[in-house]
Design a protein around this ligand. Structure first.
Ligand code: GCU
Length: 329
């Protein structure tokens, strides 16, 4: 359920009252949040905004200390730290989270959403929330979801049909669904953590990768792989991951503050995303990179077996039906 702006402001007011009443009694807490994105990434900026809001709403009693740029390790490593109790929060894309709970696999299906509205209806709607709250018994759940555009292939040469991927090693995130997707399309998937892709491309360990435009540009992969072929195979959200153990230690007031700041950070990130996507495209063109239009039909056809597999698993099939029902008419 999405909060209306009225109920949001009521919640805000309630939080402020609670904080004012409890300020002196409140316990001080510092939460550690580590992730693998650079400081320039919009999700990092959304986290900074969230930390600021949490500090303000708690009158300094709650702080979030952010460790960006894989300082505490890859997405997989920070998830493990979180599950072991060494970290309170991290960022995981649905691809990273798939190995920690299969419920996130669905977001890695290619050509899942009809358009941006469909994505929003799912991710910020009832089924999206159901997914976010469903993993508490695994030691984590997700508190905010962030748009991350659409992912396409980039390499030194255009990739306009599945046959072009033949013999190409493509860097992917460690998602079993994505690995299968690349195989079905005809390429060789190579899982590598985000922070190590530049070197892998430079050394020719992989021949290409796939990501959204801002990540292609910000990571400077564009310097090596100048052709971006827009087959737009996936739209995979990023998530703010919270440790269940840490969450249970917070007071109800602290939980409310954090939940509000996390929801507000979604709105903030969405606004920044649209700007950075446009800027990144302009920058790419000015760097002499090229965007190639792609007929998606053969790519869609190649990945159909992934959907057939999903349909065989009753749990996944039920989830998929909910995703489809959320499509705009
Ligand atoms: C995107 C996404 C990140 C992810 C990265 C990757 O940039 O926003 O969360 O880590 O892709 O390909 O690893």
């Amino acid at each position: 359920m999405k909060l209306t702006s009225f109920s949001r402001s009521l919640l805000g007011a309630a939080i402020l009252t609670l904080c004012a009443g409890n300020a002196s009694a409140a316990e001080k807490v510092t939460l550690k949040l580590a992730h693998n994105l650079e400081r320039s990434h919009v999700v990092h900026k959304a986290f900074e905004q969230m930390a600021k809001e949490v500090k303000e709403l708690s009158h300094g009693n709650m702080q979030i200390r952010i460790y960006p740029s894989s300082q505490m390790g890859s997405a997989r490593e920070t998830m493990e730290l979180l599950q072991n109790g060494a970290l309170d929060m991290t960022k995981g894309s649905a691809s990273d989270l798939e190995s920690f709970d299969n419920v996130y696999a669905i977001y890695n299906l290619p050509y899942l959403f009809k358009n941006q509205q469909h994505f929003n209806n799912v991710v910020y709607g009832e089924v999206g929330k159901e997914i976010m709250n469903s993993t508490k018994d695994k030691g984590f759940f997700t508190m905010a979801a962030y748009v991350a555009g659409t992912r396409s292939f980039y390499a030194k040469k255009p990739i306009t049909k599945p046959e072009d991927l033949k013999g190409m090693k493509i860097r992917v995130q460690a998602s079993p669904t994505t690995l299968k997707m690349i195989e079905l399309m005809g390429g060789s998937p190579t899982p590598i953590s985000f922070g190590e892709v530049y070197t892998a491309m430079q050394q020719g360990v992989v021949d290409g990768a796939e990501n959204n435009v801002p990540s292609w540009v910000q990571t400077r992969h564009i310097e090596i792989a100048k052709v971006f072929s827009e087959d737009e195979h996936t739209s995979i959200p990023d998530f703010l991951v919270m440790s269940t153990k840490t969450w249970n230690k917070l007071t109800p007031e602290q939980q409310q503050i954090l939940a509000k700041a996390a929801t507000d950070s979604e709105v903030y990130e969405q606004k920044l995303w649209d700007e950075v996507d446009k800027e990144s495209r302009e920058k790419a063109t000015s760097m002499g990179a090229t965007f190639v239009k792609v007929d998606k039909a053969p790519f869609r056809a190649a990945v159909k077996p992934l959907y057939d597999d999903f349909a065989k698993d009753p749990k996944q099939a039920a989830l998929l039906a909910k995703f489809e029902a959320a499509a705009p008419q």
